[in-house]
Design a protein around this ligand. Structure first.
Ligand code: SAM
Length: 290
């Protein structure tokens, strides 16, 4: 089947000028913080086609009306959130962040630990998608341990997309997703199986999986239910979807979860939006709690 056939098998959609589109954008904004500019509605329309077809509805307008006006649509809304979020991620993405983690952030944190205590580091991937960022952190920390640094650590990954969280918890990746991981680390931290069902895939080793937990969390929530002594928070490539007021609120809330001198790391397109009295900028995309 060609891509064209596949697309044609779904109903034509009419959301662009439809009366429910604005209401839908407002609902998504309120639920997720994600601003869907009218120009992006075409993209969303395509992503929703399968849901329109699943309910055997004639067009996207009817689907949106059902979604917003019919009771009992909570589960369906979760599907929609899965579909409208952009989940692009990769291992060692913006690798300078991981270099700084290994070279400066973790060694400094360990050096600050009072004598006689074993450091216990907490790291958080606050929009973890399918887990590549959280597992990259864990790989970097495991490598430091291998080189003789003594500490314990735990990584938390949170995201609004249940579909991504499910994948993250499985920790199974296609070979092409592993291409950004140096070969020696890939060999050390991923397992491949002989069974044909896992051909072309690899799974994170259990020792690393035990260090990383994933759970659902909406950055728009007033409270995050996370410890307030986190050493490093990665908040990368998610602020770009929020409007300025939400960006500031999210940064402020996350900063309140950092330990003194803890770090907040954002994506390269996001450094300009971080303005918070609790944080000082140490590199263009790296902020430290005062
Ligand atoms: C582009 S991915 C970034 C993944 C990773 N941080 C990286 O930089 O590779 C953005 C992620 O943010 C998540 N997201 C969007 N809105 C969110 C919200 N309100 N709360 C939590 N996660 C959200 C999406 O589900 C998606 O997985």
């Amino acid at each position: 089947m060609t891509q064209g056939d596949f697309a044609l098998s779904f109903p034509e959609t009419t959301v662009r000028g439809g009366p429910h589109a604005d209401r839908f954008r407002a609902l998504i904004r309120q639920m997720t913080g994600i601003s869907l500019p009218p120009a992006k509605i075409h993209l969303i329309e395509q992503r929703l086609r399968r849901r329109v077809a699943a309910f055997d509805l004639p067009d996207t307008e009817s689907y949106l009306q059902m979604l917003m006006d019919q009771p009992g649509m909570d589960e369906e809304l979760r599907h929609v959130i899965d579909l409208i979020t952009t989940n692009t991620t990769s291992f060692f993405r913006e690798s300078a962040h991981f270099d700084m983690l290994a070279a400066t952030i973790i060694p400094d944190r360990i050096a600050r630990t009072p004598a006689g205590q074993r450091p216990r580091l907490k790291l958080w991937s606050a929009a973890s998608s399918e887990g590549a960022e959280a597992f990259t952190m864990a790989i970097v920390l495991a490598e430091l341990q291998r080189r003789g640094m003594a500490f314990d650590y735990a990584v938390l990954g949170t995201d609004i997309s249940n579909r991504m969280l499910h994948r993250a918890a499985e920790a199974i990746y296609d070979d092409d997703q592993l291409s950004t991981i140096p070969a020696d680390l890939r060999a050390r931290y991923f397992l491949t199986g002989a069974h044909p069902s896992v051909a072309g895939k690899a799974r994170v080793v259990p020792e690393l999986r035990r260090k990383v937990r994933f759970r659902h969390m909406n950055l728009m929530d007033d409270r995050y239910g996370v410890d307030h002594d986190v050493d490093v928070i990665f908040l990368r490539n998610v602020l770009i979807y929020f409007d300025q007021a939400d960006k500031e609120r999210v940064v402020k809330r996350l900063a309140s979860h950092l330990a003194p001198r803890g770090y907040l790391i954002v994506g390269h397109a996001e450094s300009m939006v971080v303005r918070d009295a609790q944080l000082t900028q140490v590199k263009p995309t790296i902020f430290q709690k005062i």
